[in-house]
Design a protein around this ligand. Structure first.
Ligand code: SAM
Length: 288
């Protein structure tokens, strides 16, 4: 304990160290705990991922780990020691902490034994050059962290190449969203764009934008999703798709509904659309 306050895993003289922490007041732990708040995530450009498997997968996929935290009880387990060694080798900080301390990092009743602090990563929309058989999801002002996490997970499962966040959206790197992605946040590139940036990209990207709308005239099952790369464009939970985006979509699709519900939940509707758009590309014996 007693480390100087500073950026998580970046303080001078801290790189590559393994530290033991038992005090809840430890400044590095305080910095990590602060990452449950958006402001601290934005300022540091980092976020928290919980769980040994997730942390190992993330490092394997090339994400930069700044700090690895593990509970003392996990020490001596080979995968934990391995990931600790890899973190140190990459210049990250490793903290061995009491269970009491790790429990406060993510405020869970049943805390994970391993937590990683990673650098956030956004792709650049201009770098997306869609190819045949690729599918993207574009989300207009998605608000709900659980919806976004579920969509990223579902997009991953459907073989989507990227998720584009349009306008003011919930943070893909919040604890709740990352939890809901079940690790897929590390597998699916996430992009941010304003409405104008998205429309400019759409114009020259050679894609078919399929907007989804409760007033859509086209049954989503009648669209031919093969000729061009597809962007499935989904509307905000409350307001739906704004006119400026809906008007520029190549198709406005609707999922027929029965029953009393006015609409489907955003994440469910996205799942239905994605598995239809990629139906011809997914088979039981073809993973990855
Ligand atoms: N009150 C909103 C409206 O009037 O559009 C409802 C939005 S709905 C909860 C969120 C998004 O899910 C919609 O903008 C649309 O993209 C998609 N969605 C939900 N149900 C749908 C359906 N039956 N057909 C097409 N899209 C649907």
């Amino acid at each position: 304990d007693g480390n100087p306050r500073g950026q998580v895993g970046r303080g001078e003289g801290r790189v590559g160290q393994v530290k033991e922490v038992t005090s809840l007041a430890n400044p590095i732990i305080k910095d990590i705990r602060a990452l449950t708040q958006k402001k601290a995530r934005d300022e540091s450009g980092t976020f928290i991922a919980e769980g040994l498997k997730l942390v190992i997968d993330a490092v394997e996929l090339g994400w930069t780990i700044r700090t690895l935290v593990y509970a003392k009880a996990a020490k001596g387990k080979k995968p934990v020691d391995d990931i600790a060694a890899r973190t140190v080798a990459r210049g990250g900080l490793v903290l061995e902490v009491s269970e009491k301390v790790i429990a406060t990092v993510t405020r869970r009743d049943n805390p994970q034994m391993v937590v990683g602090v990673f650098e956030q990563r956004y792709g650049n929309l201009r770098d997306i050059k869609p190819r045949a058989n690729e599918t993207y999801v574009a989300l207009d002002r998605v608000r709900d962290p659980g919806n976004l996490g579920t969509i990223i997970r579902t997009a991953d499962a459907a073989g989507v190449s990227g998720v584009i966040l349009i306008g003011e959206t919930t943070d893909p790197f919040s604890l709740e969203t990352v939890r809901a992605t079940m690790g897929s946040v590390f597998a699916v590139p996430v992009f941010r764009a304003s409405v104008a940036e998205f429309l400019a990209w759409q114009k020259q990207a050679g894609v078919m934008v399929v907007g989804t709308h409760l007033a859509g005239a086209v049954d989503y099952r009648t669209i031919d999703y093969r000729p061009r790369p597809v962007v499935v464009l989904m509307g905000n939970e409350q307001a739906g798709l704004p006119d400026e985006l809906a008007a520029k979509a190549d198709k406005l699709a609707r999922i027929p509904q029965a029953g009393r519900a006015d609409s489907l939940n955003l994440a469910i509707a996205t799942g239905v659309m994605l598995f239809e758009a990629r139906r011809h590309l997914l088979t039981l014996d073809d993973r990855g």
